[in-house]
Design a protein around this ligand. Structure first.
Ligand SMILES: C[S@@+](CC[C@H](N)C(=O)[O-])C[C@H]1O[C@@H](n2cnc3c(N)ncnc32)[C@H](O)[C@@H]1O
Ligand code: SF4
Length: 393
């Protein structure tokens, strides 16, 4: 059984924000003074050049500018980056190119210029349409600005639009959570990401939890009600937190969830690349801090670390991603992307089936409703599970 190289994506991290939100643990830093964006694009290109030998001859299927706040990057620099990147790497003709935008940094002219630069999908961090909730979340925009930015994106010709919403917010009741989803639907996005607010370590909210946080039962009710509203409006719930109109799923995220490959460039970015000739999977990540990254990009000193994903670890890493998808995975995909035969995980699979967590029709495996509810228990079965001895055969 051998590893087959899967589709390839490119992730580009932009590590600055206007202001750090108190719940956020992403690698994002409050910008002070003028941001060194032109120098950062040079660093990104040097970083890309450094990683190119890992992916010679392969085609980029999707690009994702994530953050931080990529919409702080002027459009001419996004244009320069995309032009330079596509002269180094082949981009698929229908390449999905997404940029994350904060509604507080997204006026019409800038959005139209992103479109002209080749960006064909925008993802807005809306979080809520309730001005009180937005204030408690420390957001830099209100609901009117969010609606204005979404309409401006549509006017600028963006057909593919994702809205990020969070629920279980401080001071939010069930009706408020429903209203957020209704207002999102009324704006006709093609995709909605609906995340439960979590208190992440090393954030302001973890140190000083906000008052009036909904309890777990209420959070569960919110999730169920919002899911039903989205379903009524024609959105398919295809991943733990992702909803899409038919034909509008996030190709970039699907590639992650299908254990595809991705180059990660930018401060703190992570990549995962299958090296066919060496029959190994490499993970590589870059230095997190923007200043150190700027100084070292394109040299070995910019590498925060790398590691190989050993065969024994691959089933868990594969499942961690694939079981988020309601459609699950095909056995042929498991074998190509882990380099292991299905027999390698026979024991864990049979336990998962007996417990009613996974279903297997011989071709595809997918999580049952119970399996989706207890993902961590399912995953535990594949963590350091004994792998059959003949996996190298
Ligand atoms: C990297 S942010 C990108 C969007 C952009 N920076 C913004 O906030 O407008 C991606 C999304 O993750 C979600 N998110 C961030 N922190 C979260 C948390 N602690 N709990 C749940 N969702 C979170 C938010 O919905 C956010 O829009
Ligand atoms: S704007 Fe987005 S990335 Fe920046 S701190 Fe807020 S949630 Fe995090």
């Amino acid at each position: 059984m051998s590893l087959v190289t899967p589709p390839l994506s490119l992730y580009v991290h932009v590590p600055w924000c206007v202001r750090k939100c108190p719940y956020c643990d992403f690698n994002s830093h409050q910008g002070r003074g003028e941001l060194p964006m032109a120098a950062y694009v040079d660093a990104l290109l040097a970083d890309l050049d450094f990683d190119l030998p890992l992916v010679w001859g392969r085609t980029i299927r999707t690009v994702f500018f994530g953050g931080g706040t990529p919409s702080l990057m002027p459009a001419d620099l996004v244009d320069r980056f995309l032009q330079q990147a596509s002269s180094r790497l082949r981009f698929a003709p229908d390449c999905e190119i997404t940029l994350e935008a904060n509604p507080g940094t997204a006026e019409y002219g800038r959005l139209a210029d992103y479109r002209a630069a080749g960006v064909n999908r925008l993802s807005f961090g809306v979080q809520s349409f309730d001005d009180g909730c937005l204030e408690r979340l420390g957001r830099i925009h209100d609901s009117a600005q969010a609606e204005g930015a979404i309409r401006a994106a549509q006017d600028a010709g963006f057909a593919e639009l994702n809205l990020d919403l969070m629920y279980a917010l401080p001071g939010q009741d069930l009706a408020m959570a429903e209203r957020d989803v209704e207002r999102a639907i009324a704006l006709s996005p093609t995709h909605v990401s609906h995340y439960q607010l979590t208190l992440e370590p090393n954030t302001v909210f973890a140190a000083r939890p906000p008052e009036r946080l909904p309890d777990d039962d209420l959070a569960w009710d919110m999730q169920e009600r919002c899911q039903a509203l989205l379903a009524q409006a024609g959105f398919q719930h295809y991943e733990t937190s992702a909803y899409a109109r038919p034909g509008h799923r996030s190709e970039h995220n699907l590639n992650y969830w299908r254990f595809g490959d991705y180059l990660g460039i930018g401060a703190g970015a992570h990549g995962k690349i299958t090296l066919g000739a060496e029959q190994t999977i490499l993970r590589r990540w870059k230095h997190k801090h923007p200043t150190k990254y700027l100084e070292t990009a394109g040299t070995p000193a910019a590498i925060g670390g790398d590691e190989r994903i050993e065969p024994a670890r691959r089933p868990f890493e594969f499942m961690l991603n694939a079981l988020r998808l309601h459609e699950g995975f095909a056995w042929t995909q498991f074998e190509a992307r882990t380099g292991l035969p299905r027999a390698a995980i026979a024991a864990s699979m049979s336990t998962a089936r007996e417990r009613g967590w996974l279903q297997d029709d011989g071709e595809r495996v997918s999580p049952t409703e119970t399996g989706r509810r207890f993902t961590n228990d399912v995953l535990e079965l594949f963590l350091d599970a004994p792998i059959e001895a003949d996996i190298g055969a």
